[in-house]
Design a protein. Structure first.
Length: 269
């Protein structure tokens, strides 16, 4: 009987490890959906993730980051004006600008996208888009879409992502919104904050915004990436679940809605 117990013990450990692997797989599927935040009749859904999801266990590898936010009001009314967007990324991800050119705001402020790329293409770190709803006097509400180009820049003397926003309907508009970059010693180590001035939403209300951050480049003969990360799963585990980002929106009426996105990575062999 003792010999049989010795034989069965490793088998039980293997079964426990297999059960843990199954639970991690379930967690991976369960955490891939958007997170919903509510305050009164105002709803916001946040979504996003990291690509690729398979990463080395220790050495940071290049990644792309996607963040999306959608605004809804119960009954179809217009939401209050947006005043601030903040996205805080997990400290395991690293944002690196060494060797990247800096795009001066005045080069792209009034430019069309092709001209902005011609002026600051070497500083490009991503793209995105917005959807808004205009409410001009004596006109039916109109859906307005704008394209975003994201450049490495500075704002108020601090590192920033300059979002070049360009729309063609109902009128052609070009403007720049700065996401200031701050680093802090907490779970979410990199914080991107954009303040929306009243003039930007004078005749419209934001419905959705999405940002895709990704850039690979070469500096001093070495390949580099704007964003890198590793999958810090414990030894022997094939995956890890972690708080990927915390996103929030603050509105003119004082309401602030936020949510934490939980995601899962896989260890790449």
């Amino acid at each position: 009987m003792l010999d049989r117990a010795l034989v069965l013990a490793p088998r039980r450990r293997r079964l426990r490890l297999a059960a843990v692997a199954v639970l991690l797989t379930i967690a991976l599927a369960a955490t891939a959906s958007a997170e919903l935040a509510q305050r009164g009749n105002l709803f916001i859904s946040f979504d996003g993730g990291v690509s690729p999801r398979a990463l080395p266990r220790e050495a940071p590898a290049p990644i792309a980051v996607r963040i999306e936010g959608r605004v809804r009001v119960l009954g179809g009314d217009d939401p209050p004006a947006l005043r601030r967007i903040q996205v805080a990324l997990n400290r395991a991800g690293r944002l690196n600008t060494r060797g990247l050119p800096i795009c001066p705001r005045n080069r792209i402020r009034l430019a069309r996208p092709a001209a902005a790329l011609a002026a600051c293409g070497e500083a490009l770190v991503g793209s995105g888009g917005t959807v808004a709803r205009t409410t001009l006097p004596d006109q039916a509400p109109t859906t307005v879409r704008a394209d975003l180009l994201l450049f490495n820049g500075r704002s108020g003397g601090r590192p920033a992502i300059l979002a070049h926003v360009f729309q063609t309907r109902p009128v052609t508009v070009s403007r720049v919104i700065a996401f200031e970059i701050r680093r802090r010693a907490s779970t979410f180590g990199t914080v991107l904050t954009a303040r929306i001035t009243p003039g930007i939403e004078r005749n419209g209300h934001l419905r959705s915004i999405f940002l895709n951050l990704q850039r690979r480049y070469v500096f001093r003969g070495r390949p580099r990436s704007y964003l890198t990360a590793a999958c810090s799963a414990p030894p022997g585990f094939p995956a890890a679940t972690f708080p990927f980002a915390r996103a929030s929106m603050t509105f003119e009426d004082g309401r602030r809605l936020s949510s934490t996105l939980i995601r899962t990575c896989r260890v790449r062999s």
